[in-house]
Design a protein around this ligand. Structure first.
Ligand code: OAD
Length: 233
């Protein structure tokens, strides 16, 4: 790691677990209580925008009330150590930017964004929370939706292309707090490995990636990443 020039950190819900954001899978996972197909896809939204908005307002409120944790801050420290560095996140919680990370690619959007499905006009959260009913666009009366990527939707092309390029040229690639099962994000460590990167996984549990990872650091990211930064310093 000391001689690496280019480092990429892929993160998932686990990096935010110690901030109090529930993960999707695992024992405390959200998908145990809600079916993703009922909530996180466009057809479900059109059929039942009230339910989908109720769910996203609930998640927005959780995220607004929490803070980045030592895992996020350790990634900020890592960024300062390398010439080329990228955080590729599947999270929509904005905690990497709030912690101070600069080069962040958001593969699944950002929950603080909201936009009209008809004309694309953007709306801040205050407008969403000021309405008890389903929010509609003041320009064209279209439905306003959360700015996250749903199942069956394409990832934002610019974010994906930049992430793929970063993974291809990484010397060290970290996979942190992700169950590594949702594609295409889950393909990034394989792309990195094929191009010669050292692949390091940080997770309290094994995942489908563990077998091909060069190093598996078992534990919480909020504990392991600060230790790693200290060791590098
Ligand atoms: P998951 O909920 O699938 O996985 C969370 C991972 O974090 C698990 O492997 C846990 O073992 C691990 N974990 C839990 N606590 C941790 C801690 N303190 N430190 C480190 N790791 C910890 O979340 P993702 O892999 O992010 O997509 O899920 C990927 C995508 O699936 C999400 O972005 C979301 C969901 O469907 C969309 O909504 C499009």
């Amino acid at each position: 790691m000391k001689s690496a020039k280019s480092v990429v950190v892929l993160t998932g819900a686990g990096i935010s677990a110690e901030s109090g954001v529930p993960t999707f899978r695992g024992n405390e996972g959200l998908w145990k209580k809600f079916k993703p197909e009922e909530l996180a896809n466009f057809d479900a939204f059109i059929k039942n925008p009230e339910l989908v908005w109720e769910w996203y307002k609930y998640r927005k409120q959780i995220i607004a009330g929490i803070q980045p944790n030592p895992g996020h801050y350790a990634i900020v420290e890592l960024e300062k150590m390398y010439e080329k560095f990228a955080v590729v996140t599947q999270n929509v919680d904005n905690l990497h930017r709030r912690a101070g990370s600069k080069n962040v690619y958001e593969l699944h959007g950002n929950i603080q964004r909201n936009y009209c499905i008809e004309c694309g006009k953007e709306y801040p959260d205050e407008i969403i929370f000021s309405k008890a009913e389903v929010p509609r666009c003041d320009a064209c009366a279209g439905l306003i939706r959360p700015g996250v990527v749903w199942f069956g939707e394409m990832l934002p092309a610019d974010q994906w292309n930049a992430s793929e390029e970063a993974a291809s040229s990484a010397d060290v690639f970290f996979s942190v707090g992700t169950s590594a099962v949702v594609y295409p994000a889950a393909s990034l460590p394989y792309i990195a490995k094929r191009n010669g990167a050292l692949v390091v996984e940080v997770n309290p549990e094994t995942t489908p990636l563990t077998d091909i990872a060069d190093e598996f650091l078992m534990g919480k990211s909020g504990e392991i990443l600060p230790e790693l930064v200290n060791a590098l310093k």
